[in-house]
Design a protein. Sequence first.
Lengths: 316, 431
Amino acid sequence: MTTVISPRREQPAEEASRRTVRRPRRRQTRRAWLGIAYASPTAVMVALFFLVPLVLVGWMSLHKWPLLAPPTFNAPDNFADIGDNELVRSATWFTVKYTVVITVLLFAVSLGLALLVQHRRPGVGFFRTAFFLPMAVGFASASLLFLGLLSDEIGPISDLLRAVGLVDGYVSWTSGSANSALGSAVVLVLWRFAGFNMLILLTGLQAIPPEIYEAARVDGASRWQTFRRITLPLLRPTIALVLTLMVTGSLLAFDQFWILTRGGPDNSTTSLVMVIYREAFIRLDLGSAAGISVVLLGVLIVFNVIQLGVLRRRSS
Amino acid sequence: MARYRARRVVAGMAAALLITAVAACGNDDDAAGGGGTQAPAVDDGATLTLWTRAATESVSKAYAEKYNATHKNQVQVTAYPNEEYPAKLASAAGAKSLPDLFASDVVFAPQYASQGLWVDVTDRFGALDVKDKVAPAHVKAGTWEGKVYAVPHTIDMSVMLYNKDLYAKAGLDPEKPPTTLKEFAEHARTIDKLGGDINGTYFGGNCGGCVEFTFWPSVWAAGGGVLDAEGNNAKIDSKEMADVFAIYRSLYDEGVAAPASKDEAGPTWLGALQNGKVGIAPGPSVWLGLIEEKGVKMGVAPIPGPDGGESTFVGGDAIGIGATSTKAAQAWDFLAWTMSDEAQIEVVAKNKGVPTRTDLASNKYSSTDPRVVLINSLMAKGQTPYARNFNASFNDPQSPWLQTVRGALFGDAASALSGGNTAITKSLQQS
């Protein structure tokens, strides 16, 4: 998609600028004002809800910032303290582990679903809708839903598994052990997001010209060869986009662990954003929370630059 | 030209924004300053907002209802879920839009006082006739660097709650609750032998707040301590603490404590006691009525130490005037009234609550139920721990205390307490 759009996008702009040179000044001014008027709502939103908070977070990270008292400059203490914070270390390790696990699984499931419902067949619309439907549930609500379903006291899952004979006695999915807590969060995220990522991958799949597949068939390519040599390479920009979304979303994981496992048992599912939350709202140290946020932002930028680099290289 | 104009417009807008922001800050400062003048109580028909956590909601609403009926000022109570409440307060403070009055778990009071989230009420409190009779542990919790910021709102103490029917069924005397923690363990074992889905005991093994509320009284009863007076050093690696944990650990290992005790993070704790299948368990005194509502006949006893003695955790909520409120005088009128005889007897005692005044421990309502007399009498023997970083060190799910608890109950008990003591002390001293 990007291959087609990006080279052409500059042309009208160039033409426009050439034309404006010839135009009288008043009209030029009017055009400029019109442009500002069109862009200003978005610009104001971006400035107000993105740039101002971003600058403020950067500024806060250089200060000891109590809730009401005036802040005092203390750089680079907030950053130096991150190294001493044992919880940050364990949360970083867990967040990376979670990101790898969820990215691999979510990608595999999403691509699998996308391939399943790729072609128009009777009933395929039903499955596409069914796979996408969990996306209509808010993430916090979905987390609460899973908390209820998985609860041994009020949920049906444990009773069901006991009836089939798969488990015995009391089970706690969300806080029984580190693995079951992570597992329950992973199942929740797969259920909630697989359909959405399937949709993005589906658009990528449908953008591949059928002639290429036909040519491959004529050449006698097997299904696996078609998938490896045609589908995957042509799907690369979409895959890069989906992976960027997955990695970014996972590094910023909060709701699922906050609601489902509360970071437990024994801090085994405490994500980095939960540590930021703890610094800000439990320890009431906004400067320290801002410091960790800035570092996390830096990591995300690096990830995204790499990801976009790959995306551009494939496109050109 | 157009570009310059655009720039001027942008610069103008930025300047306007800045001025607005500065003006807004100025207003807030005025508001906070207005609270600091310590004007006397005023009842002039102001509408006061009061925030509290769900656990305290019923008491706050009962206070407000009675106050509103007899005063021109009107108090509007808003309650938030317990776990989300500290975050709600922090974001309101950050936005400089705290309510006129807000209550908090009494153990978090030193932190809010130190952050200046409440208006200083030292002079106002000092002018009260009853100031020496107001629960001293709570007043101390609301004091920071010699100044009083909060007064008691509700009192909740930890007690042993036992199921009288199960006691009788297991052949124990329902009128003879245990007097030592070891005896408590024996009673729990006896009841557990009834089998089926009956369990000897229950505790919140994945909840720092629940464990400190129910286990620490046993440590205090045995003469041990938990924190130093300033709340800067932990003292949990003591023999007393180890003994208490060992008793509960053995109950869990033997299956006498319900298996769900390991994962109990707080929300289903009350439900577990309400279903009438737990023999004896330490818990909040305010649950007595809530459990009996479900038709379970309950007895109450003080929480003993391993070899005797008794103590309690004097918990509950403290309340103060929001630092950004412009109605401090009116808010104080409400607070002063909540500490009056009328409020304490006709609102708190009438609803079987514990009065926040020591001189009202026995009153016309308490004498009708000997269990209430027992609960009220425990206040003098109990403690309220004091530390600025209490939430981050003990109550938060990511606190070093919860890790210590998990180690002591389900993991490596030997190293948990000494390692935990170092980690908690570090957290307590964090600025």
